[in-house]
Ligand binder design. Structure first.
Ligand code: FAD
Length: 381
């Protein structure tokens, strides 16, 4: 196989790149093992059974431009010097490449039994949590959710499950642990205190500077304290999604590829990266992993691929920070443009609205809008 332009990953970044390339009728090969993109920010609510999964995704064959061929394979290796990728055992040479494979949960070589851990990186993870947590609630009299990781995924998931248990009439203990000493380190002190107070007011136990030392599938020990019969959610970090990458590129500790201003890889002008795969430098720091940066970065990378094909110079990417919202089921914390802080139920509504606006069909948008107008009413999935 020798396609001209290859895109790895059709999530927020890859899909926008495909759309940007549609205008130039360039033949594009999109490699992604999934049948279609997923609204990842809705996953904690899908896991808790608050958001129906049907409004979180749509198949590629309904949304890809006609010049894009979707290959439902997984890329296991990229060789930048050879100009090839390996997918499902087959080597594919490219002329131009966009790496937009997102990120996957990082298990840090943990020895804990993987089938008893609950990460949250895909729709399947969310559906597995939803199903297993419902069974767990039926089986146990004193449910206890243990979460490793105090990033937004861990906290959102903890609260989504906490309120699910409450709605089922089974009050649930929640323990959140993290070896680092700070909860949500990117927040200013006052906002962090707000989140912590909310978690504690709901009865959550937050143990910072504490790691889980052992876990045998049911019983964990963290900071010397044993926890029996737990439902253990793993949200301890994420890493680059392609297992092997050969080439002379600079990377962050989480595997992200340091890109030049036009999103190409220094030394590899025909290779671009966007979304969670890319480390985009702004004021000396890498941009956080977020939907909007992936969405606009992917679109920009696609336009630069088209410019390059047409023999025109590429352009630098100027990311605009549109802010963020972290919903904790009943309340939220967020920052809107203009450094405007938002807290409480309004942020939950805005979160559902954003999931609708960035979604893949009018039907999905309408479903999210309904949630924005009437959030967290204990709907069955
Ligand atoms: C649970 C959760 C909640 C989140 N909440 C928020 C939020 O509220 N707000 C926010 O801004 N951001 C949120 N994020 C982060 C946000 O979803 C990501 O920053 C964004 O999805 C990155 O877009 P992307 O296109 O780089 O990757 P993705 O959207 O993850 O897409 C990557 C695509 O690559 C494919 N892929 C993966 N590996 C391979 C491979 N080896 N070969 C081929 N294809 C591959 C995947 O199947 C996927 O389709 C959340 C993420 C998670 C997991």
């Amino acid at each position: 196989m020798h396609p001209e332009t290859v895109i790895i990953g059709g999530g927020f970044a890859g899909l926008q790149a495909c759309r940007a390339l549609a205008r130039d009728s360039i033949g594009v090969l999109l490699i992604d093992p999934r049948p279609g993109p997923v609204m990842l920010p809705a996953l904690p609510d899908v896991a808790g059974g608050w958001v129906p999964e049907r409004i979180t995704h749509r198949p590629f064959n309904e949304i890809l431009p006609t010049n894009v061929v979707h290959l439902p394979w997984s890329v296991s290796a990229i060789d930048l010097d050879a100009g090839t990728v390996v997918a499902d055992g087959e080597t594919i040479a490219y002329r131009q490449l966009l790496i937009a494979a997102g990120s996957v949960p990082n298990f840090y070589d943990s020895p804990f039994p993987r089938d008893r851990l609950y990460p949250l990186g895909t729709l399947e993870d969310a559906l597995r949590i939803r199903q297993d947590f419902a069974a767990y609630l039926r089986e146990t009299d004193h449910p206890h959710v243990l979460v490793s990781g105090t990033g937004y995924t861990g906290l959102e998931l903890a609260m989504s499950l906490f309120f699910r248990a409450k709605a089922a009439g089974k009050p649930c203990r929640v323990t959140i642990v993290d070896p680092t000493p700070i909860l949500l380190p990117s927040l200013p002190d006052r906002q962090r205190r707000y989140v912590l107070d909310f978690l504690v007011s709901q009865g959550a136990e937050v143990r910072l500077g504490v790691a889980v030392e052992s876990f045998d599938g049911r019983r964990a020990v963290a900071g010397g304290q044993p926890y029996d019969d737990i439902f253990y959610c793993w949200a301890a970090g994420s890493t680059f999604a392609v297992p092997e990458l050969k080439g002379n590129v600079e990377r962050l500790r989480d595997g992200r590829l340091k890109v030049a201003a036009d999103l190409s890889l220094p030394g590899y002008p025909h290779v671009f990266a966007a979304g969670d795969s890319a480390a985009i430098n702004r004021n000396g720091q890498a941009l956080r992993k977020a939907v909007n940066f992936a969405y606009y970065g992917g679109r920009h990378a696609g336009r630069n691929l088209a410019r390059q094909r047409a023999g025109r110079p590429t352009r630098p990417f100027h990311p605009v920070d549109l802010g963020w919202i972290v919903p904790f089921h009943a309340t939220s914390i967020g920052r809107l443009p203009g450094n405007l802080w938002i807290r409480g139920p309004l942020g939950v509504r805005l979160h559902h609205l954003m999931c609708g606006l960035r979604n893949y069909s009018f039907k999905n948008f309408a479903g999210c809008l309904q949630l924005a107008l009437n959030p967290n009413k204990g709907k069955k999935p």
